[in-house]
Structures are given as C-alpha cells and as structure tokens.
Design a protein around this ligand. Structure first.
Ligand SMILES: C[S@@+](CC[C@H](N)C(=O)[O-])C[C@H]1O[C@@H](n2cnc3c(N)ncnc32)[C@H](O)[C@@H]1O
Length: 304
C-alpha cells in the first residue's frame, strides 16, 4: 500500500474517529495514544489537577464510550500495515464501586493483544483508602498480524525487551495540557518496535504532540489528530523546536542496551533468577520512598 504523503507530518484538527475514517488502508507502522478516559470530569485527586480538556467533555455514557473506543481501535487497525503495532494507554477505573477494565473493549477490537504493560507512575491520583493506592496505568501493545495465523509477530531486539513489562516513568507536568505523555513513553514504544528504522507514527489523540515530537526526533514521519485547536497549536510549536527535547529522548534511547550477553551473565553468575531476587528484595523500600510525600517519614523496611 502506498503512503499518502499529503497526510505525513501534519496534525488534523477534529474528531478522531471521523478523521481516521478518511485515511487510507495499511500505511501506519506504529500508533501510540492515550484517549480521554471518560472519567466523568468529577474525579479529582488532591495530588493532581482535575483533568478537563479544552474543547471536549470527558463524560460519556460508558457503553457509548466503549463502543466508540472499539471503533477507534478498529479504524487504527485498518490503516496499520500488517506487522504494525499500536500502544494504547488506558487505566482501570471504578464507577460507583464497579471496576471497569480496558480489556473489556480492547478485546472486542480486531487487534491481537500482544502484551499488557504496567505503567508505574509512582504517584496516586487519589489516595483515599477505598482501595490500595492506584499508581499504575496500562499500556496495551496491540499487534496486526502479517498473515493468517501470525499471532506472535517478530521478536523484539533484546535491548528493548530487557526494559521489562513494568515501565517506571513519572507522569509529566505541563501547564499547557492536563495530562500529556512524558516523552520517554512514546519514545520507548516507537524505538522498541521500529528498532531504529524509520516509519510512520500516528497519535489520534495527540494533545500537545508528545508522540509526534518523539517520532520526529527518532527520524520518523508522523500524523496527529486532536479535537482541540489550542493543543494542536502547542504541538506545532513543539515540533518546530523539537531538537530542544532531544536530551530526554536521547536519555531514553540510551537505556536500550544489552551490557552483557546472556552467556556473559551466566558465566559471571548473574543469571536471570538471581538478578530477579536481588531486585525484588530491594524494591519495597524503594517504592515507599517514592510514594511518600516529602513531609512524611517512610515506614521502616521492617514495618512492611
Ligand atoms: C490524554 S490526552 C492526550 C495527551 C497527549 N498524549 C499528549 O502528550 O499531549 C487526550 C486528548 O484527546 C483529545 N480529545 C478528546 N476528545 C477527542 C476526540 N473526540 N477526537 C480527538 N481528540 C479528542 C483531548 O483534547 C486531549 O488532548
């Protein structure tokens, strides 16, 4: 399928589903997005600002919301080339005590669900005690098969796979948008599946354009969509000055290394299980340090 060059390196302003329907089949290599979460615009943790988008309400009927998200997932599937990927960020929500898992509507789409990645954000949006503090969001790595029965896809280069299925990346703070991506997140997605190759990157809810800036800095073409003219204006400014964001992209890329081969680790007694046990023993105290507010004294490791 040929690449529709008129759409490359542009941002379209409008409704994601409507605009996706106007794009041709099978030309996108990787999509990274975070849609509005249908949070009802009421949930407000005191640690984070209320999420209210400029130009859109985030309080649909839940069934309607899920049907729309499945339709968006399927449109992205149609315009993705076989073998392409979609990293879809969402979170577990509760509505009047009922847990709503994104898997409900992701599994109704055409995609192969390749992995559920935990995005460990280190901070809880609401820390009342109704349940354990929710510090995670999810990233669904979705895959479009290259041929009938291709449910596995190509292997990741080990330098990416070593980053594990838990991504510890703090959320971004930016006065220009209530919840933009930290640029490390789309950088990790794009760089891992394209492995340094060029490709076409899409974000159908691009906000202030973080995915697009990451794509540009990684040498890819991009297409963005957002309903807000104001956010798109910021995205265009960021793309103009993209090189100023290179240090953070470069730092993320620098994490994608294999320092020792498996044979070398094994020869030096650092084989997988021991490495794992050391990490697990270290982590509870680290986690408490990260979660506690500055004025709080972290409980001792013994108290855990
Ligand atoms: C979670 S934010 C995405 C932020 C983005 N990842 C960034 O780094 O800036 C969701 C975005 O969806 C946009 N949005 C809401 N409804 C939309 C719709 N129907 N079509 C397209 N964009 C929409 C909002 O304006 C908001 O910027």
């Amino acid at each position: 399928m040929s690449i529709p060059t008129e759409f490359l390196n542009t941002i379209l302003v409008g409704d994601a589903l409507t605009l996706l329907r106007q794009l041709p089949d099978a030309f996108v290599d990787v999509t990274v997005t975070s849609p509005p979460y249908n949070k009802g615009e009421r949930d407000r943790g005191w640690l984070v600002d209320r999420v209210v988008y400029e130009g859109a309400r985030d309080n649909k009927d839940e069934a309607e919301y899920q049907a729309e998200q499945t339709a968006v997932l399927d449109e992205v599937y149609r315009i993705t080339r076989p073998g392409g990927s979609f990293f879809y960020n969402h979170k577990i929500r509760w509505v009047r005590g009922r847990l709503i898992h994104p898997y409900e509507w992701v599994s109704r789409s055409r995609w192969i669900l390749r992995q559920e990645i935990i995005w460990h954000r280190r901070i809880a949006a609401n820390i009342r005690g109704w349940r354990f503090w929710q510090v995670d969001e999810r990233i669904y790595w979705l895959y479009k098969p290259r041929f009938d029965g291709d449910t596995i896809g190509e292997e990741l280069n080990p330098r990416h796979a070593l980053l594990t299925s838990v991504w510890e990346i703090p959320p971004e703070r930016d006065p220009r948008h209530p919840n933009p991506f930290p640029i490390e997140l789309p950088t990790r997605c794009i760089y891992s599946v394209l492995d340094g190759q060029k490709g076409v990157v899409l974000d159908p809810y691009c906000g202030i354009g973080t995915t697009l800036v990451a794509a540009k800095l990684l040498g890819c073409d991009y297409i963005g969509i957002d309903i807000s003219e104001a956010y798109v204006a910021v995205a265009r400014e960021r793309l103009e000055a993209a090189e100023t964001e290179w240090p953070r992209v470069e730092a993320e890329v620098a994490l994608h290394v294999v320092r020792k081969t498996f044979q070398e680790r094994k020869a030096q007694g650092e084989w997988a299980r021991r490495f794992h046990q050391q990490r697990l023993l270290k982590e509870p105290q680290d986690l408490v340090q990260q979660l506690c507010l500055p004025e709080e004294t972290p409980p001792s490791a013994k108290a855990l």
